[in-house]
Design a protein around this ligand. Sequence first.
Ligand code: CS2
Length: 505
Amino acid sequence: DRRGSATVRPGGRLVIRLSNSTLVSLPAGVEGPAYDRTRVTPGIAHLGVGQFHRAHQALYLDRCLALPGQERWGIVGIGVLDGARERHKADALHTQQGLYSLTEFPARGRPTVRVVGSLVGYLHAPEDPERVLELLAAPDLRLVTLTLTEGGYNLDEAGQFLLETPAVARDLDSQVPTTAFGLVTEALRRRRERGLGPFTVLSCDNLRQNGEVARDAFLSFARARVPSLANWMEEHVTFPSAMVDRITPGVTEHEAARLNEASGLDDALPVYSESFIQWVIEDRFCAGRPPLERVGVQFTDDVGPYEQVKLRLLNASHSLLAFPGLLMGYRFVAQAMEDPALVSLLQAFLREDAEPLLHPPRGFSVRDYGDTVLERFSNPAINDQLLRIASDSASKLPLFVQPTAREALRQGRDTRRIAFLLAAFCEYLRGVDERGHVFLPLEPHLTGAEVRRAHATDLKAPLGLELFQGWGLAEHPGFVKDCVHFRRELRFKGVSATLAELARS
Ligand code: CS2
């Protein structure tokens, strides 16, 4: 029973497919774009159109496009990775003309659903790299934004760009780039050759000084490929840093069905998130920018203090919840937050360990921020997977936890909760919880042999992993001893008993 733009579900309910022509007949309660999409042209290209991008940046741009005279700031999404899932996404975005639904769940009260219209095109680079290059080299394209993930910048522990990574090494030689570095560099080369100006490269990844990180990565690639271009980029391209924040869980098939059931849409790519949203950006755009300050984005000269607060409080707490939570058999964040021992652990970590070492923005209450973080984690509508949080901890822990750990060790502070965190990480790598249930740690930046170190009889073996370089652990044998102690306790007494001990002493 299909009618092109709508399907009739058993029970007689009409479900709307997404396309420009169905925007006028959205189900009751679903808001659509407040502007004429057919007039929107691409000014932004975004690499890595994941759920986070669709719940965060694309929403801000959707608000921006609703302001008068801003139709030049549409986004064209670019998929860089290959694989069946990526192709499915590309197909779905084409069929739906870039439209998708976003459901926002406040901590309390009713969710809201909107159809976001700012994604006005989508190109899948592996299928047509040349079109991607010409889009990036188009005169009207002024901003390239990125979500490559924490580990996606191809840097080693010391921040050196890895020229020998296979895909990068290939891109350095070939005429047809496949990586974000290759695509952006080749597009800039064409722009320079054609006498066009540069574009801004804006990282939207959860990294400290993400603009500097992006700059290092792209300039290193360019230097190895076309040295004169690297000089031009250094002079003309800007790489502002930004802090991004919005909890956006992965959408399983089951979630997608639940979201569509509630919205009355037949959306192949629904996303959902909490209602909290934040974006703080350094105002250094070499080719202009949309008036994002009018839709809730904060601009600042120095994003450092905002990033510091976010990474060391929110993200570190997430990790601190995920490892013991998984070991206890929990699978979701809100579920783990119902465990009072875990909440007390997070509270103590925030108050005693992380907050005292911060240099927050002026007038900023870290105490309120920490409270809000715990409230956000407790949002029951957000089925955020602990495995998503724990995934790629090899890239995340050095960002989220290392600064606090190093500083606390240097100052001789109480580091037992941090030792517990590392112990729980090592145990998590073994992939089996206290009830004997198996789970799969996703560690794309660790080799199989490295993950297997977590199984060694020498309980401190994983602390020798490259990710712990720069933590200064070797100079602090007492700390390493605590880690080993907590691993043993976790293994033989369990998480609850270990937490009880930690709370007592
Ligand atoms: C999480 C983040 O992946 C993680 O470790 O802490 O994805 C978190 O949900 C976002 O940073 C929130 O903005």
